[in-house]
Design a protein around this ligand. Structure first.
Ligand code: EPU
Length: 356
């Protein structure tokens, strides 16, 4: 385990925001986590777990010790009549693992292709796209408690997955607060994740753009590799590549409203994009709401709203340099969007990335 001081973070966040970590520790295996916790000077200091940095906004230098998870590994753990169980180290690049599973004959993650970030971050926000969420393909994960040093394994129920949500996004209840589940935010470091990829494999083509693509190509029964390629094409066409334009994917969650609230909005804005959910609520497309308020292409300083998808905020400066957008500019823009959507639709958008 090596502790590095005063480390630039601009290459470690996909917005490309310029900031520094006062101290950074790279975790390459479980033993590194144990060494960290055995070190009296580090054990009790506040810590911030960093994966691929694709879901964070840095608003200044990071004072807690940054734990940069770099644990490698990919393997088939088990194969039964009903599933392949595949394990990956938390530091692996998500997209590379998805590509590896498909190339090795373990399909099931293809709809989640090209999502930036690491394997360890995937359960934290229950990543999802094109009709599949991580929780639909999740088996279990290994983690280490940063307070006690204990290793533990969580199954899907224990992760308390929700839409872009899990136990890792909630702080442990403070004294006097009523407990709301376990709360593992900044308390645990995920070391390995196992995926359950059901057999026989079935394509998930419910998402309109995938179905359209299937029809255009005239393919009745696409392979996992074809769906993987289509998802990559669709994402490349409408989401900015963080290597070229700094961004953190969707900046807000899609809000849910009651059918009555939705009917009220439709009466004023008949074109609103909405989807009924299994629990009777209605999910609204936040991108549409933001777009309807005229935000596409607008900026605050060097932070802007992406022209092709209003749900994505982008760095209009040169990412990773002194002319980059600052975290403050990104958050000022985000707050202005929240206010304007609230004033027009009465809906308060919630940011998706973690603000550090
Ligand atoms: N729309 C507009 N204007 C916009 C953006 C969107 O009118 O500027 C409309 C679109 O026309 C479409 C609807 O809103 O009818 C939904 O847009 P899209 O299909 O792009 O999906 P989304 O709801 O905006 C969600 C996820 C994405 C994921 C896609 C595909 C969230 C917060 N975002 O976006 O996830 O890739 O669905 O499944 O749930 C991410 O989390 O970083 C991410 C990219």
């Amino acid at each position: 385990m090596l502790v590095e001081n005063n480390i630039p973070l601009q290459n470690y966040n996909t917005f490309g925001i310029v900031a520094r970590a006062h101290r950074l520790v790279r975790l390459r295996d479980e033993a590194d986590v144990r060494s960290l916790l055995a070190d009296a000077a580090l054990r009790d200091a506040p810590k911030f777990v960093l994966g691929g940095g694709s879901n964070i906004v840095l608003t200044g230098d990071v004072k807690p010790i940054v734990l940069k998870v770099e644990i490698p590994g990919r393997r088939l753990v088990a194969e039964t009549d009903r599933a392949w169980i595949v394990e990956a180290g938390a530091g692996e690049n998500w997209h590379e693992v998805v590509a590896w599973t498909i190339a090795n004959g373990f399909p099931g993650l293809e709809n989640l292709a090209l999502i930036p970030g690491t394997v360890g971050a995937s359960p934290v926000q229950n990543i999802g796209a094109y009709g599949v969420e991580l929780q639909d393909r999740f088996d279990s994960l290994d983690a280490i408690d940063l307070e006690t040093g204990r290793s533990f394994t969580l199954d899907a129920a224990q992760c308390a997955f929700g839409y872009r949500d899990s136990v890792f996004k909630h702080a442990a209840p403070q004294a006097g607060e009523s407990p709301r589940g376990l709360g593992l935010k900044d308390r645990a470091v995920i070391t390995r994740v196992r995926f359950r990829l059901p057999k026989p494999w079935k394509p998930v083509l419910g998402y309109i753009e995938l179905e359209r693509r299937r029809q255009e190509e005239g393919i009745a029964q696409p392979t996992a590799q074809q769906i993987f390629d289509w998802v990559c094409d669709i994402r490349r066409a409408k989401l900015p590549d963080p290597k070229v334009v700094g961004n953190a994917g969707s900046f807000f969650k899609n809000p849910t409203v009651t059918p009555e609230q939705c009917a009220d909005i439709i009466a004023r804005d008949p074109k609103i994009v909405h989807y009924p959910m299994p629990d009777g609520s209605i999910k609204l497309a936040a991108g549409w709401l933001i777009d309807a308020c005229g935000w596409k292409g607008k900026s605050v300083g060097n932070a802007g709203v992406y022209e092709k998808q209003a749900l994505v905020l982008v760095n209009r400066g040169v990412a990773r340099t002194e002319t980059s957008a600052t975290g403050g500019e990104v958050m000022t823009l985000a707050r202005a969007i929240v206010t304007s959507v609230y004033e027009r639709f009465g809906i308060r958008l919630e940011p998706e990335p973690v603000v550090v």
